[in-house]
Write a protein that binds this ligand. Structure first.
Ligand code: TYD
Length: 136
């Protein structure tokens, strides 16, 4: 899939003097049904996460607290997204090489995913990814 299919999606925000509320509905605010949620936290300064692609998995990445960057690469071009608000998220379509870096202290990265965890869905070797998307 091309990089342009990946995009920042603004989520609903219910503002209230008691605090704001944001919600995400699978198939509505994100273009897939949500089958798994995971989060990265206590990420040490300078650490890099990801560095792999998924064959079938769609994901939606939100900076619940703090900030970080997500770099996406479809085999032909790459783009860096800075996430720093809990009412914006990045939709990542399948077959997208990604890594995350530039984590601020206290950052929490929540990922909504279209499938349960399956190591067989990962492509962890860049040359294999490149050949899979026809860029090798
Ligand atoms: P990985 O997806 O490689 O981490 P990241 O892309 O954030 O750098 O996963 C790291 C480890 O955690 C790996 O051994 C698999 C395991 N894991 C699960 O067991 N379940 C999950 O839902 C995820 C995302 C990872």
């Amino acid at each position: 899939m091309p990089l342009r299919d990946c995009r920042i999606i603004e989520l609903p925000k219910v503002c209230d003097q008691r605090g704001n509320l944001t919600f995400v509905e699978g198939g509505n605010h994100v273009p897939f049904e949500i089958r798994r949620v995971y989060y990265l936290y206590d990420v040490p300064g300078g650490a890099e996460r990801g560095a792999h692609a998924h064959r079938n998995l769609s994901q939606f990445i939100v900076a619940m607290s703090g900030s970080f960057d997500v770099v996406l690469n479809d085999g032909f071009e790459s783009k860096r997204f800075h996430l720093n608000r809990s009412y914006f998220g990045l939709y990542v379509c399948p077959l997208m090489w990604r890594y995350l870096d530039n984590f601020s202290s206290g950052a929490v990265c929540m990922v909504l995913a279209s499938e349960h965890y399956d190591e067989a869905d990962y492509i962890r070797d860049y040359d294999t990814f490149s050949a899979t998307v026809g860029a090798g």
